[in-house]
Design a protein around this ligand. Structure first.
Ligand code: SF4
Length: 254
């Protein structure tokens, strides 16, 4: 029997998920192939406090306005040396009221040209991952830890991250997501304030001031190492199950 290609498996899972998403009318929960998704086991020592009983009412217009204020405050930013080589400041995109946020490390060439995060090949894969979760690019919020392209797609340097981080914090505060998916080690280390490798961080939730963070592999890394897609998909399934547990429904009905 031929070995299953993890790439094909992810896409097949995506298609199956889209076909078989079933919404329970009574409970508001949703299931795959008629069976509710299992709540993920919380790894020992990584327990995150249960969600508060009720989230305060969201005000999308106010959140959108907050993001506009943050963008205006940013201006034509020259706070770090990345400004010298950028073509665009790549601000976040998506739903200002999104309960699910994705944070990458920085814009690449296509993102720099188009002024939007995750629009190159890695972005196409991220879109597929988001859709496999039952969400859409427009219904989540996508951004990076630095908003200007590091030359040659190198990792952002500590001084660059430090200069841009107040604006990342401001966006997180404005959107107020329930869960953040950190894409790759630089994003995870920046959000969690540590220096651990992504392999040690992924696969479990980390608490960040009351917001759950799930580190996983960056889509660009998955393009180079497609065997890792299986682990990334496992991380995203934990996110899906946790959103369900929090009572957050995806907008995509399949
Ligand atoms: S990366 Fe951030 S801090 Fe640096 S110039 Fe761009 S917007 Fe400003």
């Amino acid at each position: 029997m031929p070995a299953v290609d993890p790439v094909d498996e992810l896409f097949e899972l995506t298609r199956a998920l889209r076909r078989n998403l079933v919404r329970h009318a009574a409970g508001g929960a949703w299931a795959v192939q008629g069976e509710p998704m299992a709540r993920p086991a919380m790894p020992a020592g990584e327990a995150v406090e249960p969600a508060e009983a009720a989230e305060p009412a969201r005000a999308p217009a106010a959140r959108s306005s907050k993001l506009e204020v943050i963008r205006a405050e940013l201006g034509e930013c020259t706070r770090c040396k990345l400004h010298a080589t950028r073509k665009s400041i790549v601000f976040g995109v998506g739903d200002p009221d999104a309960p699910l946020m994705f944070v990458g490390e920085g814009p690449g060439e296509q993102e720099d040209l188009r002024g939007e995060p995750f629009v190159g090949r890695a972005g196409e894969l991220l879109d597929k991952m988001i859709e496999a979760m039952g969400w859409t690019r427009a219904s989540v919020y996508i951004n990076n830890i630095v908003m200007c392209r590091p030359p040659g797609n190198r990792n952002p340097q500590p001084d660059e991250v430090a200069s841009c981080k107040p604006f990342l914090e401001a966006r997180i505060g404005a959107v107020a997501p329930r869960i953040i998916v950190a894409l790759g080690r630089p994003a995870a280390n920046t959000l969690l304030g540590n220096d651990a490798p992504i392999s040690a961080l992924r696969g479990k939730f980390h608490d960040r001031n009351g917001v759950k963070v799930m580190p996983t592999f960056h889509p660009a890394y998955l393009l180079r190492e497609p065997d890792k897609k299986r682990e990334a998909w496992a991380d995203l399934k934990l996110v899906m199950a946790e959103l369900q547990r929090l009572g957050v429904e995806p907008p995509h009905r399949g």
